[in-house]
Design a protein around this ligand. Structure first.
Ligand code: CUA
Length: 164
């Protein structure tokens, strides 16, 4: 069978690219723990308000003993609650979000903090805001007529003033 030399070159080139990408994926996965958001933690979405963590009074920003913060939010048609939070700059932030009704998602503008929020599960992502400033947090999964106005604001502030 005749294979054009140019074609052969490209078969090897593409093969090398695929091999390089797989190597990068495995390297970052095993050496740095890089993985898609996959926090498999279930919760009864219809009874969020009866849980300790996602009860209305307990939402927002909490400072942990090690100085990091946990941001707990509820996604529901059509908003993330609380609608405005302040988190400290240069501090590890763990976002924990649960939905009450249908599939939502969130994306914090200008960052790589984004994930789906699936009813029945707690979505968790970790990040650090490197600079002070206001970020919009949008719903990025179509969830109904009000989807386009489902958003909250995350204000990144200097340390010690971060209260929800
Ligand atoms: Cu919630 Cu789109």
């Amino acid at each position: 069978m005749h294979i054009d030399p140019l074609e052969k070159t490209w078969v090897w080139t593409v093969g090398a690219i695929v091999a390089a990408m797989l190597a990068i994926i495995f390297y970052t996965a095993f050496s740095q723990g890089v993985h898609p958001p996959s926090n498999v933690e279930t919760i009864d979405s219809a009874r969020l308000h009866l849980t300790e963590e996602f009860a209305e009074d307990n939402l927002g920003v909490k400072t942990n003993p090690d100085g990091s913060v946990t941001l707990t939010m509820v996604a529901t048609r059509y908003g993330f609650y609380p609608q405005y939070v302040e988190v400290p700059v240069d501090t590890p932030v763990k976002m924990r979000v649960a939905a009450t009704d249908v599939l939502h998602g969130f994306h914090v503008e200008g960052t790589n903090l984004a994930t789906m929020v699936i009813p029945g599960f707690v979505s968790e992502v970790n990040g650090i805001f490197k600079e002070p400033g206001l970020h919009a947090m949008f719903c990025n999964e179509y969830c109904g007529y009000g989807h386009h106005y489902m958003w909250s604001r995350i204000n990144v502030v200097e340390r010690n003033t971060g209260k929800s």
